[in-house]
Design a protein around this ligand. Structure first.
Ligand code: TYM
Length: 330
């Protein structure tokens, strides 16, 4: 049987090259070997305050970027989370099988609740909704960046718990997380100790997939570097250069060692100049395709088809769990 792959991306800003290299690039690869479902998780974005118009537009833009990055809607299924009510319903049923203590331990909740003035109940139960997204489709594999590892472990724990209480109900999903040297954690361009994030207040910290060439050049020119002048991969002592090397390697397809040899200790100037051009070349076809997908009705039609397909897939799993819990059939 073909594997089922599921992943989601929040419409909480313009997607970055971190999202692309850590996750979406692998979505594109996996669509050739598995039954893939990719979701724009708008309900997750609501866990922090959003401007309604921005959320609306970003939801459509993330779906367009999925396709622009190479996800083929004839091969993989793309849909919007809030269009399929089963996600919110299963999330509630799973919340009643999750513990306050395990949610309190989630590091992303600790970080986000420390940063945000408003801490919603939704921010706290966010990982359970993510578990619902995954478990609803009997998912085998979940391609994500390193930052989602703990959430995935929780999804596995919940699946194992439900299965042992109620009998086999959910498949226990496996993570698909690239190592750091292969994009699992792309770091901020202004602080290499922090991950690159689309919701950052400082646009200089990330390259957005829709950044025009001049903006890319400027951001790479001002990206922080480490002391010394050697272009060398060393996560501990050269975090900033290591991050730029990973981006260079993944965008160009050249192994890190080759790039190290090419620049050696000739300083960071030429390396950064070339890196900017390599990123621009990577983004150019994505941006072109994105524009075509902005024609009215194009992405809406893809999302409608996606919704129709996944609603039918989700129904039997949800009904089975409802019955096991003792809820009267509807
Ligand atoms: P989100 O929207 O923050 O990020 C989308 C994907 O991009 C990865 N990513 C990164 N990878 C490498 N380096 C980075 N700097 C970087 N920043 C982000 C993320 O790991 C993710 O794979 N909770 C999820 C969305 C979600 C989900 C799901 C994922 C909801 N339901 C079900 C998988 C399955 C999130 O906020 O991702």
């Amino acid at each position: 049987m073909v594997k089922r792959v599921f992943s989601g991306v929040q419409p909480s800003g313009v997607l970055t090259i971190g999202n692309y290299l850590g996750a979406i690039r692998n979505f594109v690869k996996l669509q050739h070997e598995a039954d893939c479902i990719f979701c724009v998780v708008d309900l997750h974005a609501l866990t922090v305050p959003q401007d309604p118009k921005e959320l609306h537009d970003a939801t459509l833009d993330v779906a367009r970027l999925f396709v622009a990055c190479g996800i083929d809607p004839e091969r993989a299924t793309i849909f919007v989370q809030s269009h399929v009510a089963a996600h919110a319903e299963l999330s509630w049923l799973l919340e009643c099988n999750s513990y306050f203590g395990e949610l309190r331990r989630m590091t992303q909740f600790k970080d986000k609740s420390a940063k945000n003035e408003v801490v919603t109940a939704g921010l706290f139960t966010y990982p359970v909704l993510m578990a619902a997204d995954i478990l609803l489709y009997q998912t085998d594999q979940v391609p994500v960046g390193e930052d989602q590892k703990q959430h995935l472990e929780l999804a596995r724990d919940i699946a194992i718990r439900v299965n042992s209480r109620f009998g086999q109900t959910f498949k226990v999903p496996e993570p698909y997380i690239p190592p750091r040297s292969a994009g699992g954690r792309i770091m901020s361009l202004v602080n290499p100790e922090e991950k690159m994030s689309k919701s950052s207040d400082d646009p200089k910290s990330y390259i957005a997939l829709l950044d025009p060439p001049d903006v890319v050049r400027k951001k790479i020119r001002s990206a922080v570097t480490d002391s010394g002048r050697e272009v060398k991969y060393d996560e501990v002592n050269k975090a900033a250069i290591s991050n730029l090397l990973v981006i260079y390697s993944l965008c160009s397809g050249q192994p890190i060692e080759e790039i190290e040899k090419k620049y050696g200790d000739s300083g960071y100037g030429q390396f950064k100049k070339d890196l900017a051009e390599i990123i621009i070349e990577t983004l150019e076809p994505i941006q072109k395709r994105f524009e075509e997908l902005c024609k009215p009705g194009v992405i809406e039609e893809i999302l409608q088809r996606g919704r129709d397909r996944v609603e039918a897939l989700a129904a039997p799993t949800l009904e089975d769990f409802r019955r096991k819990l003792g809820l009267v059939q509807r």
